[in-house]
Design a protein around this ligand. Sequence first.
Ligand code: BES
Ligand code: MN
Ligand code: ZN
Length: 425
Amino acid sequence: MRIEQYKEKGLKFDFGKEGFRNGIYFLKEPLSVEDARRKGAEAISVLKKLKAGEGNIKLAGLSAEMKEAFFEGAILADYTFDKYRKKEEESREVVLYVDEREGLDTALKIGEVVYFVRDIINDSPENINPESFSEIAKSLKGVDVFVGDEKWLKENGFNGTIAVGKGSSKPPRVVIYRYKPDKPAGKIVLVGKGVTFDSGGLHLKPAKSIKGMHMDMSGAAAVLGIAKAIEHMKFKYEIVGIMPLAENLPSSKSYKPSDVVEMANGKTVEVDNTDAEGRLLLADALIYSEKENPDLVVDLATLTGAAVVALGELVAALYSREEEDAREFEMASKRTGEYVWRMPLFEDYKEELKSKRADIKNAGYGRSGGSIMAALFLGEFIELERWVHLDIAGPAMLSKPFYYMPEGGTGFGVRLLIQYLRGEK
Ligand code: BES
Ligand code: MN
Ligand code: ZN
């Protein structure tokens, strides 16, 4: 897509009662920032569908934030993943002629970051593995990047990550990046689940559920997206990103059900289900995060199918020990259209995670309350009150497009984090 100066060439858009009349396509007047984003997406989809290819719109009547949102929606909606496609027919370029460019620069930067995240998520799992993900991280400017190899993981007690990665010929890694502005307003650690393929391991997933599991690193990709954003944007917080990376595959070397793994905080975990692997990687990273003495730790993970059952594909499950943190994320959520809904850390369910052979096991009985159970498990590995856990299994990967969210990897979480980290209300 190109955005150019208003020209009266091609189709004309206007705001009014929705629909196509007298050669003009009317978009409903946006009532909120998210609405404006969706109108941007609608304009792009009309241009692509009607084969008009070019269209004009006057944005002068919109507020500054709505203009930015309109551009953002248009840019995000224009995304396609065609790295491996030879056919060009569908990806014809459309042109949007606009009277004003206010907010366009910011929208383009956000777009670049989200495209970066989506491209990593959607890529073939043959190309995205712990090592290659680390290489991408190392190519980013603006942050200091450290990659921990197997030796480092061992020395630092990342035993969950090591266990999960054992079945694969591609060894596990952890990527850690750091950013520090001049006078930081606080220190935030971001943790992202980086399972570059989740087959389930020896508890192999059935055919239907294994599909899409190359996107099980969406949390890590979103956290890496913040490092990408730092190339263009300033943040007021000191930020540390931690992305444990492993491939969960069955083989003669795989970790097994009934294995007991001792974690870096001394707690032992009985592996009840090798498909509950994400929480093992996250536990390592959460333990490690506290060594940084952060004010806040936020983790993002495509953690449970149960979160999708509970909230559907468009909403992430949010867990927080502090009312205020939940509130601030809810605000950032409303603003960005990356929806979260708070779920309870209902302690009584911990009973389900009791093990006879170790301090805790990595999965409870049955499927009920699965997202809560996973969150409670994670809570055993972080003491900090200010911890926010986002189970993004639903919105990280969509089965069909939704406004400016494409089918497949959406990049969910990165705009939410940017909004939160910028601290604008
Ligand atoms: N990566 C999956 C969760 C997932 C499912 C993400 C669907 C996106 C869409 C996770 O590792 C997993 O397999 N979780 C299990 C946990 C269970 C074994 C306790 C699940 O949700 O079934
Ligand atoms: Mn799994
Ligand atoms: Zn997983």
